[in-house]
Design a protein around this ligand. Structure first.
Ligand SMILES: Cc1cc2nc3c(=O)[nH]c(=O)nc-3n(C[C@H](O)[C@H](O)[C@H](O)COP(=O)(O)OP(=O)(O)OC[C@H]3O[C@@H](n4cnc5c(N)ncnc54)[C@H](O)[C@@H]3O)c2cc1C
Length: 444
């Protein structure tokens, strides 16, 4: 457990002389440690991959649904596309770093014979309203990326790529983006790592250190030196002491029977809705995904996983806003199936990546000093060896690899892929720290 006083910078100007920032994690698990990753979604699979790559000892992955290659619908597709902004906010910087890192990892998997990409490569975005042609020009200038990563396409060039014209004068072209098969991607990330099919009901400290993970009947699933909870909204139930402000947002996609391999859009497009390029199924048929709705979900709202017919109409209407010609073309492609799920979102739309903590203990030890803007603070009593990566919102495929690499670096004590201020911006304790600075309760 570290014992040096920390300088807390969140919510205040960073001090140049800060010895360490408040986001410094607990002591890393030692070499050869056994790390249990709970959750085999994109977050957990990226953490498992990063731990293995960083020499993190033995890695066990546990998921209630078993191996994702067996449990996820084979028709599911997700889009990788950077979320770009014209300012240099922390969120914009994180997204601008994360998406190329994700594409590079997925490209590496492809070169190793485990290709997660589906359909023709590249993604086009054309949002409407404020994000007009002038906005896109500013974004391209500000990013300064090479044209094999980002380019502005005029209407004719966009039409040639997509197969139908966009509504506006230009679109952003992301050659490194595209459509991914989540079952193939997660299997590729896991590689040889097996998934233990089990529901984790509790996580308790072991007598001699480490953690004990138990099933609902009390049986021990594994004991581990360190644990990473990559369990989306379930993280709140598994570690309630942190009072994490995770909110479920329901989403639904439509699986369309595509008219053929050249039917537009030939590359992924996005705006108020997104559409993938046509992808061929093993039976020779062509399909695509039209996505995705976004609605906050509360326990009284019914089963979130049951598809709702009205959502298909909503998606087609949303597509028509930004891509009227495309919406007309897709009117001839029937909806074969709909798939629904929950996203875990946070109030600032950034993930939670880093050590877990006890918010009430933090309030007791740090409430007063934080409120009084004390320059140094008592050491944080981290429950050592307990981490999370959750709250991935709508961009898990883009953000998970970089965020997982940060968590794996903290677990193993290896160099971080992000500077301290960016790690603070996604630290799981940031909401509790902000609440304490403002003299508010730590529970949301
Ligand atoms: C309709 C829809 C469309 C989307 N489209 C895109 C897209 O195009 N691009 C994109 O980047 N993102 C997209 N997203 C968002 C993306 O799916 C999420 O960001 C991502 O799934 C989050 O991954 P995760 O690993 O954090 O959570 P999850 O995928 O939810 O994985 C969590 C895992 O933890 C397991 N688990 C939970 N509790 C326990 C427990 N107690 N014991 C054992 N296992 C447990 C679950 O079984 C699950 O497998 C979409 C989301 C939805 C709903």
């Amino acid at each position: 457990m570290p014992s040096d006083p920390r300088t807390w910078t969140l919510g205040r100007p960073a001090r140049a002389a800060a010895p360490t920032t408040w986001a410094t994690p607990p002591a890393p698990a030692g070499p050869g440690a056994h790390v249990a990753v709970v959750g085999a979604g994109i977050a957990g699979c990226c953490v498992a991959e990063a731990l293995t790559r960083r020499g993190g000892g033995r890695v066990s992955v546990i998921d209630a649904r078993g191996h994702p290659a067996d449990s996820l619908p084979p028709h599911l597709l997700g889009l990788l596309e950077p979320r770009l902004e014209k300012d240099a906010s922390t969120a914009a910087t994180l997204h601008a770093l994360a998406a190329p890192a994700a594409a590079a990892l997925y490209d590496r998997l492809a070169t190793e014979g485990r290709n997660p990409w589906r359909g023709r490569r590249g993604a086009v975005s054309a949002e409407r309203g404020r994000r007009d042609d002038a906005w896109r020009r500013v974004v391209v200038d500000r990013m300064g990326w090479p044209t094999d990563r980002l380019a502005l396409l005029d209407r004719d060039a966009a039409t040639a790529r997509i197969g139908v014209p966009p509504a506006g004068d230009s679109v952003l072209w992301h050659p490194g983006g595209g459509a991914l098969s989540p079952p193939a991607l997660l299997a590729a990330l896991l590689g040889e790592t097996a998934v233990i099919p089990a529901v984790v009901a509790s996580i308790t400290p072991g007598e001699g250190g480490g953690w004990i993970l138990r099933a609902p009947d009390g049986a021990v699933i594994v004991t581990a030196d360190a644990v990473v909870l990559a369990t989306a909204c379930e993280t709140v139930r598994l570690w309630p002491a942190a009072h994490l402000p995770l909110r479920p947002t329901r989403g639904q996609v439509s699986v369309l029977k595509a008219a053929g391999p050249e039917a537009p859009p030939r590359v992924a497009v996005s705006g108020a809705a997104y559409a993938s390029p046509p992808v061929q199924h093993t039976d020779g048929s062509w399909w695509r995904i039209l996505g995705a709705t976004q609605r906050p979900w509360r326990p009284g709202d019914g089963d979130p996983y049951t598809p709702r017919p009205e959502d298909d109409a909503r998606l087609r209407a949303a597509l028509a806003e930004g891509w009227p010609a495309l919406a007309d073309a897709l009117a001839t492609e029937p909806t074969a199936e709909a798939l629904a799920g929950l996203r875990a979102t946070t109030p600032d739309h950034l993930p939670l990546a880093g050590p877990l903590f006890d918010a009430d203990a933090l309030a007791a030890s740090h409430g007063d000093p934080l409120r009084k803007a004390a320059r140094t603070l008592p050491p944080i009593a981290w429950p050592g060896g307990l981490f999370t990566l959750c709250g991935m919102g709508s961009y898990g495929l883009s953000t998970a690899p970089l965020m997982a690499d940060l968590v794996a670096a903290q677990v193993t004590g290896t160099p971080w892929p992000l500077p301290d201020p960016l790690a603070e911006a996604i630290h799981p304790a940031r909401f509790a720290v902000r609440a304490l600075i403002r003299g508010r309760p730590v529970a949301p």
